[in-house]
Ligand binder design. Structure first.
Ligand SMILES: [Zn+2]
Length: 328
């Protein structure tokens, strides 16, 4: 099986936290594991952040330092053979900075709030800022907050930016809250497919390749344990990131705690406990791609330990760890 270790490389969007704690340090800890087992990762960089750092760094020396810190890490990751790919959170367009930090306005969290031309412009700028840092071409996209729909509005931007692969969809994924809306219920339980106008619908003649994030069925008992661990304040479960997300809607929380649902296969926090079981299910079903997602800000001692265990075991199998720039 091909395993992809993919990271959404970003701050928090409630209280942002610092780049040191949310991005740099946890990524370095992941690199210790990657170097130990000799595998490469894919970083989906939230490059709207870099654009804003560039905009504000003349006025705020702290942001000049942050820009150097983050862009140097991206450059180094790329030079060491890790993939740098595109992650778009368009609410950076409406984000401002002052002495108290970043002020996020999530009104336009989804790209759907922008016109087709604005989307094209956002993609172009967000992609270029990364390619200028790495001097390498980007070919893969992951939507911020999984909000890739309606894709028809993104298609021109994909073509203009020469994006060939998407890795956003996950089987049975659904969140229908107002800010973060996505619905992947139409997507089939496959490990990849071609598409043209809708990443959930196969079109063999389509120009784009979907390699979905691996998905796993989760029962309410898992989320109750999750709540318990959060309340217990145990050190090994404490996230490295020093910010926090915008609050999850009560509707979504109620749904997770009462009905079984599908989750991305993740190396974040307590979710890393599901890695092995999900891998076995994928392996048995004969799938060829197993895409794991993670967020450095959400890593914990526990989750990186689980990943380390998982990788030691995987690399003894015939699995290969891949990055998207090798495809096509
Ligand atoms: Zn994101």
């Amino acid at each position: 099986m091909n395993i992809y270790i993919t990271l959404d490389y970003e701050l928090f969007f409630g209280n942002s936290g610092t780049p040191e704690k949310c991005i740099i340090e946890p990524t370095n800890k992941l690199m210790d594991i990657a170097d130990k087992h000799n595998f490469k990762c894919v970083f989906f960089v939230d490059s709207g952040y870099l654009i804003k750092l560039k905009e504000y760094k003349l006025k705020y020396p702290k942001l000049e330092q942050d820009y150097i810190l983050v862009s140097n890490q991206i450059k180094e990751l790329s030079a060491n053979g890790h993939d740098i790919q595109l992650h778009v959170h368009p609410h950076w367009e409406d984000t401002t900075y002052n002495e108290n930090g970043w002020n996020f306005d999530l009104t336009r969290y989804r790209l759907d709030a922008f016109s087709e031309n604005e989307i094209e412009d956002i993609f172009y700028r967000y992609k270029n800022v990364l390619e200028e840092i790495t001097n390498k071409k980007i070919n893969t996209y992951r939507a911020g907050g999984w909000c890739i729909q309606p894709f028809e509005k993104l298609k021109k931007a994909f073509l203009k930016c020469d994006l060939k692969i998407d890795s956003t969809v996950f089987y049975k994924g659904k969140n229908t809250t107002k800010t973060q809306w996505y619905d992947f219920e139409k997507a089939k339980d496959l490990d990849s497919w071609m598409f043209s106008n809708d990443p959930c619908m196969e079109d063999k003649a389509g120009p784009f390749l979907e390699i979905p994030i691996a998905s796993t069925k989760v029962f309410p008992s898992f989320f109750w344990k999750f709540v318990f661990i959060k309340k217990s304040g145990s050190k090994k479960h404490k996230p490295y990131g020093d910010g926090h997300a915008s609050p999850t809607s009560n509707t979504q929380i109620r749904r997770l705690l009462t009905k079984s649902s599908y989750s991305v296969v993740s190396m974040d926090g307590f979710k890393a406990s599901l890695l092995n079981k999900a891998y076995k299910t994928y392996s048995k079903s004969g799938k060829n791609n197993f895409v794991i997602i993670g967020h450095p800000k959400a890593f914990t001692d526990y989750s990186l330990n689980k990943l380390d265990e998982f990788m030691s075991y995987k690399l003894k199998n015939k699995d290969s760890i891949k990055v998207f720039s090798e495809i096509l």
